[in-house]
Design a protein around this ligand. Structure first.
Ligand code: GLN
Length: 191
């Protein structure tokens, strides 16, 4: 299995290393042709307005949207969650418009640069130590969207069929369980 990490901006290498420790081939994705050989894609954290601008500049928006709408597995972390969302409450900016949630950017206040929480995640036996950096939250989840973890401000890990999104950064810790959930989904969906 090979998973791509969208490598236009943001925390790319951390995802690549995490995938490699799990024995998965990981490649940075920068152009349309990089999509040919991958079974899934991670859209990393970073700055969603900047990443959105680069996505459109490199004409990746159409290919991304079409693939995701046709069932291609994708997992967005933090800025990646924002880029997947259908609705962004507090900013006018580009998004791929595929995940039926409303995202609130910087939902923990502009001052809260980062925080770490032991988070209960559906499907995991013990809490996940989650790192948040100027993170969004999801609300108004559409009927096909399942919340897999919540905090007081809203949902921080969601799934809509082939689309996964978390407000936190599992690639920055040592615990591979969130990446494993995505990998297991890809494995199952290939059969
Ligand atoms: N605050 C950033 C944004 O709105 C996301 C931060 C992150 O990805 N760590 O784009």
């Amino acid at each position: 299995m090979k998973i791509g990490v969208l490598a236009l901006q943001g925390a790319v290498s951390e995802h690549v290393s995490m995938l490699k420790t799990l024995g998965v081939d990981a490649i940075p994705v920068k152009s349309k042709k990089d999509f040919d050989n991958i079974n899934g894609l991670i859209i990393p954290g970073g700055e969603s307005t900047t990443m959105g601008r680069i996505i459109t500049k490199f004409n990746l928006d159409e290919v991304l949207k079409e693939k995701i709408e046709n069932g291609f597995p994708v997992y967005g972390t933090c800025a990646g969650m924002i880029l997947l969302a259908k609705r962004i409450e507090n900013y006018e900016q580009f998004s791929l418009d595929v995940l039926d949630i409303t995202v609130v950017r910087n939902a923990f206040g502009r001052q809260t640069d980062s925080m770490e929480i032991d988070l209960d995640v559906k499907g995991l036996d013990t809490p996940f130590h989650a790192i948040f950096i100027r993170a969004p939250v999801a609300k108004d989840l559409g009927k096909d969207v399942f919340s897999l973890a919540e905090v007081e401000e809203g949902s921080v890990f969601v799934r809509q069929n082939n689309i996964f999104a978390s407000a936190f950064h599992p690639e920055l810790g040592k615990d591979p369980r969130i990446h494993k959930i995505f990998i297991e989904y890809i494995n199952k969906s290939k059969i």
